[in-house]
Design a protein around this ligand. Structure first.
Ligand code: SF4
Length: 632
């Protein structure tokens, strides 16, 4: 909120700890204006105050500025522009992933190029920088510097040499010039890079489609680097931001970490494939993996196939469950609005998050972007795309497009607003992780407090207070007719999210129930249990299966408690309230015999096993528990 308030002074620019957004920048003219405007650009006064003393102290002849993401563009280019004006004799070179895009646009615009820098390193910088330094020192032409764009006699010239050091020969990162203690973090988190490229490289939406070149440093070298950085900089949190590493490679890294007894906390990006077995995930967790950002992408099988992710939803669920059981925090990245996606399919993605909350602890939603170099841009017909335009600004990788099928723009915008709200309000209930914004902080929380505790912290949005799930709980029991429709919808939605019961009759059965128990916190239903009036047909079925006549009994069912509320006796509290509201009534409940938690809850609260039978449809063994004595 404070940053939003501070942003007002620079309206219409908004900034957070990690981003700066400006609707003012549509082209290079706008960018140049903003870089020179101390009234609208918060970076400029800051640099003008802080940079000159540093330049005086160092007297550099060459300054390199790396711009790796779009959010660093204004900060990075304001700095280079200011240095260019104040120190015209210094050679300024720009590099980083985002400069690849800007460099391509600036090729045609030597005037703008010169406004910001003398040269741009396109791609890997190690060899280019070395050659640039010696070229400048010896006063040689820069023609032979590899991977370099520069202006010569008013023309942008490109080096005809492309040279890269293979990842296997890149030395360990050196953070010695960074004031790590000044970062807004209780302990430093440093990035490590173990590979280049992506081993899969086939997702149709990805700009890395078919880059082919995939290489890793050896697991031993990876852990050497970790150990080295840890020793020199007292760092124990590592963000391994590689596009996608294989399970086998990660296993080898984990074994190396364990063999050396290193104590580290690690975050990774991974693709949920079956090779992430339970054993492997346990091993990764033991080695210090605390947070994995999984490319789940969608909850709908047709869309997943179109994405060519090489994953399967059932397999994904199993991997995520095994990962969660290993104690790893699972963060899922999801894409909505994929070409041809219908509203029902997009809703299925949101329902997937809801149904799998026990294993997807946090998630992020992205609107689909049609990226340059992706398979879809090159094969639009496969995705019903009829028209692709050039990106709207020279800084963008995203192409506007028209698709003949799926949601239209308006329909998607409505859905997106609903989905964003529903995810935070209903699925996760304003969790602390959502307000951390920066996922690296989540690594610190997961490493220090563990997955379970981190998931329990909530934010009361009105008062900006952090509290533990369950601390502000109200337990209620009501007849269905006493429950407002909106609340009944929430209860029904929660039962659906539980996923253990048939969905078709939930609402009708709730309306016909004897008594509904539920737990409310901050206006969100987080747990429920119901005493239903059983259907005659079902009683006959049970009689046939067990020989028990349960006429006059109430059936207990529709039991579900959000994962972060489990283990705090909340289900017992709802159950006790429900029993108090049903005096003198006999109760039965059917439970799968492998559902240990539900059985324990029943037994703790006076239910006894009366019979067992097999459900032919599912093959599961079912226990029939009653509140009155029968012989099992
Ligand atoms: S989305 Fe991830 S897994 Fe797919 S090609 Fe891109 S980097 Fe690789």
């Amino acid at each position: 909120a404070l940053l939003r308030l501070a942003s007002l002074a620079y309206y219409p620019i908004t900034f957070t700890f990690t981003t700066l957004k400006s609707p003012l920048i549509k082209d290079f003219d706008d960018l140049l204006k903003l870089c020179d405007d101390p009234e609208k650009n918060p970076f400029l006064p800051f640099y003008l105050e802080r940079i000159p003393p540093l330049m005086e102290a160092c007297k550099p002849e060459l300054v390199g500025i790396s711009i790796t993401t779009a959010s660093q563009m204004v900060g990075g280019l304001t700095l280079s522009r200011m240095l260019r004006r104040l120190y015209p004799t210094i050679h300024l070179t720009l590099g980083g992933r985002h400069m690849l895009r800007l460099g391509q646009s600036l090729r045609e615009l030597p005037g703008y190029f010169e406004a910001f820098c003398n040269s741009i390193v396109m791609g890997s910088g190690e060899l280019a920088l070395e050659a640039l330094i010696s070229g400048l020192k010896e006063g040689r032409s820069l023609e032979s510097v590899p991977n370099l764009l520069r202006v010569d006699a008013g023309k942008v010239m490109e080096s005809d040499r492309e040279e890269n050091i293979p990842i296997t020969e890149v030395p360990a990162p050196d953070f010695s010039d960074l004031p790590l203690e000044q970062y807004l973090s209780p302990t430093p988190i440093v990035p490590l890079r173990l590979s280049e490229g992506c081993y899969w490289g086939k997702c149709t939406f990805c700009s890395r489609y078919d880059t082919r070149r995939f290489a890793t440093i050896t697991p031993k070298t990876a852990v050497d680097q970790m150990e080295d950085v840890q020793r020199k900089f007292a760092v124990s949190a590592f963000a391994i931001n590689d596009d996608c590493l294989t399970p086998v490679y990660l296993e080898a890294v984990a074994k190396e970490i364990l063999a050396r007894g290193l104590h580290v906390g690690i975050s990774l990006w991974c693709k949920p494939v079956a090779q992430f077995t339970a054993d492997r995930l346990q091993l990764l967790a033991r080695a210090g993996v605390r947070l994995v950002r999984w490319g789940v992408e969608t909850g709908h099988p047709r869309i997943l196939k179109l994405m060519n992710k090489g994953t399967d939803l059932e397999e994904t669920r199993e991997v995520l469950l095994a990962s969660s059981r290993a104690g790893i925090w699972n963060h899922a990245t999801m894409i909505l609005g994929f070409p041809t996606e219908t509203l029902e399919e997009a809703r299925e993605t949101i329902a997937f998050l809801d149904r799998n909350q026990d294993r997807i602890h946090s998630s992020i939603l992205f609107q689909f972007s049609l990226l340059s170099h992706s398979y879809i841009v090159r094969n639009p017909g496969d995705f019903d795309i009829v028209n692709i335009d050039e990106p709207l600004t020279p800084f963008s990788y995203e192409h506007p497009f028209e698709c003949r099928s799926g949601m239209n723009r308006e329909g998607f915008d409505d859905f997106w607003r609903w989905a964003a709200r529903h995810r935070v309000d209903t699925i996760y209930g304003h969790p602390l992780w959502y307000y951390l914004r920066n996922r690296e902080y989540l690594l610190l929380y997961a490493a220090r407090y563990g997955r379970k505790h981190t998931a329990q912290w909530k934010v009361c949005v009105k008062g900006h207070i952090v509290f533990k799930a369950g601390d502000r709980l109200e337990i209620m029991v009501k007849r269905p007719e006493e429950i407002p429709a909106q609340l009944l919808d929430m209860i029904s939605g929660l039962i659906e999210a539980g996923g253990e019961v048939g969905l078709s009759w939930i609402r009708e059965n709730l309306r016909d129930a004897f008594l509904i128990g539920f737990a409310l916190e901050e206006g969100r239903v987080v747990g429920t249990l119901t005493h239903k009036r059983p259907k005659e047909k079902y009683l006959k079925y049970l009689r046939k299966k067990t020989d028990l006549d349960l006429t006059g009994y109430l059936e207990r069912g529709y039991t579900y408690l959000r994962p972060e509320y489990r283990g705090r006796g909340i289900a017992d509290r709802i159950l006790k309230a429900l029993m108090q509201g049903s005096p003198g009534r006999s109760i039965y409940i059917t439970i799968r015999m492998d559902n240990k938690d539900a059985i324990a809850l029943g037994l703790r609260n006076g239910m006894k096993l009366a019979a067992r039978f097999i459900n032919e449809r599912t093959g599961h063994e079912i226990g029939l528990f009653t509140s009155t004595s029968h012989t099992a």
